[in-house]
Design a protein around this ligand. Structure first.
Ligand SMILES: [Zn+2]
Length: 310
């Protein structure tokens, strides 16, 4: 588990030690910023028999049980694919009413709570309103404002912002990453660990994605067909995702590559894409995007920052 957000982790560890940690927490921030990982990290910090510097010791009974997913007192629900439903909320409610068996508390982590239906969120209200002693709840959400106001007012929220690139580089060094790629990976992450890590391991296809992006960038001043082929290949790489996601990744990725031979007009590109979307045809979308990239690459990207964090 690669843990970031050190300041928040240490603060919550200290609050917990001193008995003033909130019973219901919501961690929110952009997709991939590490909300779920931090939630699991907090479960360990709060349960550890001898935590050190905002981290679990990895050795005590509780740390080991959590590490091997063998802690019955912890329930984790919700993922990127399936939104939390009413039935799951009920299971969580039952779980939290039970007395803990080995951890100091019964804990539930509900990921992507803002994707849950209104009915599911409403079903969870009672649990938040009357928290049982020895129970803890950690919610995660991409946008805090997407939660029902009644939920918002019953949790203590912490916003997770992108991680400093120096922290990402340090984590890569700790994982014995080859020196020459650390800088590339760190910049490519844009401070969002989920862009380069998946469940604690570097993504298998990370190098492939970076190579494909380099291919696009190197081809923008080449003949059109060559640039189009490069964009097409990148879109094929992202075939599991929507065209909108692929375009966003493509533009963000291009900005992170090191040479400054071309820059892109982000605002114009978004306009091109919005129009292209109406074609509803993958081939035409790719045509429009290739033209957009080739055309705007000559211009200075005035709204580059805005696009990168859109
Ligand atoms: Zn421990």
């Amino acid at each position: 588990m690669v843990l970031f957000h050190t300041t928040l982790r240490r603060k919550l560890a200290e609050d917990f030690r001193e008995g003033r940690a909130p019973q219901s927490i919501c961690l929110w921030g952009p997709h991939g910023v590490g909300k779920h990982t931090l939630a699991l990290g907090l479960a360990q910090i709060f349960s550890c028999e001898k935590p050190i510097e905002g981290k679990g010791c990895d050795e005590c009974r509780n740390c080991r049980a959590l590490h091997h997913s063998q802690a019955p007192d912890l329930m984790v629900i919700g993922d990127d694919e399936d939104a939390i439903g009413i039935e799951e909320v009920r299971t969580v409610r039952d779980h939290l009413t039970r007395s803990p068996l080995s951890l100091p508390f019964s804990l539930a982590i509900l990921s992507n709570m803002d994707a849950a239906s209104i009915q599911a969120q409403q079903a969870f209200l009672k649990t938040l309103e009357e928290p049982r002693p020895h129970s803890m709840i950690i919610l995660t959400a991409t946008a805090f404002s997407n939660l029902l106001p009644t939920i918002q007012s019953r949790v203590t929220s912490y916003r997770l912002t992108p991680v400093p690139l120096s922290d990402i580089a340090e984590a890569l060094r700790a994982q014995h990453c080859r020196a020459h790629v650390i800088d590339v990976y760190a910049r490519f992450s844009l401070g969002i660990p989920g862009r380069i890590w998946q469940q604690g391991n570097l993504r298998d296809d990370l190098d492939e994605e970076i190579d494909l992006l380099r291919g696009v960038k190197d081809s923008v001043h080449a003949p059109y067909w060559k640039a189009r082929k490069a964009v097409d290949t990148y879109f094929l790489f992202q075939k599991e995702h929507t065209a909108h996601y692929a375009l966003e990744r493509l533009l963000q990725g291009l900005f992170t590559l090191d040479d400054t031979r071309c820059s892109f007009d982000g605002q114009l590109m978004l306009k091109v894409f919005r129009n292209a979307q109406h074609f509803g045809n993958r081939e035409l979308i790719i045509d429009a995007i290739t033209l957009g990239i080739c055309y705007t690459s000559q211009r200075l990207g005035e709204n580059r920052k805005q696009l990168m964090h859109a």
